[in-house]
Design a protein. Structure first.
Length: 304
């Protein structure tokens, strides 16, 4: 029973998060306000949603909504939430800014998802071993993402692309922060603090660098609500729960299915036609995901 529960948490939850993120690209595309204000708005919606969820889960414990009875646990909660929130705020800004400056959506999806390579690389510096099978899965997923996201012969690097690539590095940092603190903290509280920090950073920056107006927020209310509740409040919390005690490199491969779901959603809802190259990319990524679930022993040499 415990094994089935662990499998559900480590496989189904990140795939569900990827599905939500993949179908949220339409809402991101129709935004008409600055990246900082948009991120701040979706973050505060996520905070409100998660606060309500915490009160439900804790049966109305208002004293410890964003804290724990133990001081050390409270410190871990806020240190972890702050680190996750800072990396998330920076990542989402550079992703949106890169797209605003000209990086195509498909290419942005590929460059962002390079975090699946960066997560195990960062793990090396954090003295976390990544097995041979996981490296094969990561490489397969990167190849699949390339076929899925980048048209043949069109890959060039521009300044906007470098911004999106940096966002992938920030997402890798966020994943490693979650890996470290999710095992110590209440995942919903950790997620709530993450978005509280993301809101504070994004909103203060928006006040300095962008035109902040209630009218602009009102015009984008529906995409902000969708992204705030589903993409941010639900999906990022599912990510934290899924990562708790699991290999972050494996979870990142599952999360990268976001790109596949976004392409399929485009075909289903926007009647976009998939090319043979995109179908091939989907199949390779699916193979990578299935490979993550095979026994590790298949990749170990048998002793004579």
């Amino acid at each position: 029973m415990n094994h089935s529960s662990d499998k559900f948490r480590s496989v189904f939850l990140p795939l569900l998060a990827a599905l939500i993120w993949g179908t949220a690209f339409v809402a991101q595309k129709i935004s008409t306000i600055g990246a900082l204000l948009f991120n701040a708005s979706r973050s505060i919606i996520a905070v409100i949603f998660l606060l309500v969820l915490i009160l439900i889960l804790t049966k109305g414990d208002f004293r410890h909504v964003l804290s724990e009875p133990d001081k050390k646990a409270t410190r871990d909660l806020w240190v972890g939430g702050t680190l996750c929130g800072l990396s998330l705020a920076i990542a989402t800004f550079f992703q949106q800014q890169g797209m605003n400056l000209g990086t195509e959506a498909g290419k942005a999806g590929f460059l962002t998802a390079l975090y699946i390579m960066l997560v195990p690389v960062l793990g090396i510096f954090l003295k976390k071993k990544t097995g041979f099978k996981v490296w094969i899965c990561v490489i397969l997923a990167v190849v699949g993402l390339y076929f899925l996201s980048v048209p043949a012969g069109s890959f060039t690097i521009r300044m906007s692309d470098l911004l999106v690539t940096f966002c992938g590095f920030c997402f890798a940092v966020q994943i490693q922060c979650i890996d470290r603190f999710s095992v110590k903290c209440h995942c919903v509280k950790l997620s709530c603090i993450q978005f509280l920090v993301s809101f504070a950073v994004s909103f203060l920056a928006a006040l300095i660098f962008e035109d902040v107006s209630i009218a602009g927020i009102s015009e984008n209310l529906y995409p902000i609500l969708y992204l705030g509740i589903f993409s941010s409040g639900i999906a990022y919390t599912l990510q934290m729960v899924a990562q708790k005690g699991n290999n972050p490199a494996v979870v990142s491969v599952l999360l990268s299915m976001e790109s596949v779901f976004s392409v399929l959603a485009g075909a289903l809802f926007l009647h976009e036609v998939l090319t043979l190259r995109e179908y091939l990319g989907c199949l390779i990524m699916l193979a990578a995901v299935l490979l993550t679930q095979t026994p590790e022993g298949l990749f170990k040499k048998k002793s004579a």
